[in-house]
Design a protein around this ligand. Structure first.
Ligand SMILES: [Zn+2]
Length: 126
């Protein structure tokens, strides 16, 4: 079995996977790539990236402090992409919560391509 190299579960190492987008060397080329990099940003508590990749019209719903609290409270274990279309990604993120109980966050996320970049618009919890 090939070894998982990036936090998002891909076989490509972090620098050449989500790291390219989180460190702003490139824009994520697809909704799925952005979704994966946003999961990785939670693992690494990169709240600025999470805000910047949220659709400008939806940013007011999020703040760095809450994102950081949520990112740090949980121990992120695994991302599973279940379904992808051009503008939609259905995924499960597995984590241990603050009480070390295993949880999964099951969401269908909507993305929009705006002036050359993909943005997270909103998610529906499943
Ligand atoms: Zn990755």
């Amino acid at each position: 079995m090939d070894k998982i190299k990036c936090f998002c579960g891909s076989l490509t190492d972090y620098q050449n996977c989500c790291g390219r987008y989180i460190e702003r060397r490139q824009n994520a080329p697809s909704a799925e790539a952005l979704m994966r990099s946003r999961y990785t940003a939670y693992v690494l508590c990169k709240s600025a990236y999470l805000i910047e990749t949220t659709h400008p019209k939806k940013r007011y719903l999020h703040n760095r402090k809450d994102i950081e609290a949520w990112a740090l409270e949980n121990k992120w274990l695994k991302l599973e992409i279940l379904e992808t279309s051009e503008t939609n990604v259905v995924f499960k993120a597995y984590f241990l919560d603050g009480n070390l109980q295993s949880q999964d966050h099951y969401e269908s996320s909507k993305f929009e391509f705006l002036q050359g970049s993909w943005y997270y618009v909103e998610g529906k919890f499943l």
